[in-house]
Design a protein around this ligand. Structure first.
Ligand code: U5P
Length: 208
């Protein structure tokens, strides 16, 4: 199963506050980052460790560090920026690979307009961040960009996902694990997740 719905009480509590229509831009933005950090914690739980020697206060001891790959965080513009700080709190030395896609309001298809990836992305684990996985079109387009650049280790962090979009992404890319704070009910005719959060980009940037 490549979809993991995180049932941690802090995640459920914070996401519920985000659903309150009265929340200010400032609160919404702060909560998006906080839930982003909690999802990062969950998505990195299974990373392999290796031991190494540390000069401690009482002499040489054995320490542990994450083995192998380094990270790149991949925010999908624009809403993904809202989760970026929270993710970077936990993986501060990650490189950032930015992908820009907008959704054609009529066809709901993603249209790519920007791509600036870490130069050594094939050696890194990519953590894609986007608050909403609705039709799944943006996520699939992003995964395809990363794979085309040679990235083989991809995980996605989303605040809210729709079952329709999850089905599409997992059948197209079963190797990509998706961590979400909630799998909601369905998509409406305009491609919004119900009950969802509304337009996450507008809420994070305060543009509506
Ligand atoms: N989106 C929302 N709220 C929704 C549905 C979609 O903000 O209820 C936006 C998000 O900004 C996200 C994009 O980046 O649409 C994902 O759409 P899709 O490609 O999964 O359909």
């Amino acid at each position: 199963m490549s979809v993991k719905e995180i049932k941690h009480p802090l995640v459920r509590h914070k996401l519920s506050i985000m659903r309150e229509a009265s929340k200010s831009t400032r609160s919404f933005r702060q909560l998006a980052a906080e839930v982003g950090a909690l999802l990062t914690y969950e998505a990195t739980k299974d990373l392999e460790l290796e031991s190494y020697e540390i000069e401690g206060w009482c002499g040489t001891i054995e320490g542990e560090r994450i083995k192998g790959k380094k990270f790149t965080v991949v925010p999908i513009l624009r809403a993904g920026i809202g989760m970026l700080d929270g993710v970077l709190d936990l993986v501060p030395s990650a490189k950032i690979s930015v992908v820009g896609l907008y959704r054609d309001e009529e066809t709901l298809e993603p249209v790519p307009y920007f791509e600036k990836l870490a130069h050594d992305i094939e050696e890194r684990m990519a953590l894609i961040v986007d608050p909403m996985l609705a039709t799944g079109g943006s996520m699939i387009a992003t995964i395809e960009m990363l794979k085309a650049a040679g990235c083989t280790d991809i995980r996605a962090l989303v605040l809210v996902a729709a079952p329709e979009g999850l089905d599409k992404v997992t059948s197209a890319h079963p190797d990509v694990d998706i961590y979400t704070a909630s799998v909601d009910s369905h998509l409406n005719e305009q491609g919004y997740i119900m009950p969802g959060l509304g337009d996450a980009g507008d809420k994070i940037f305060g543009t509506r």
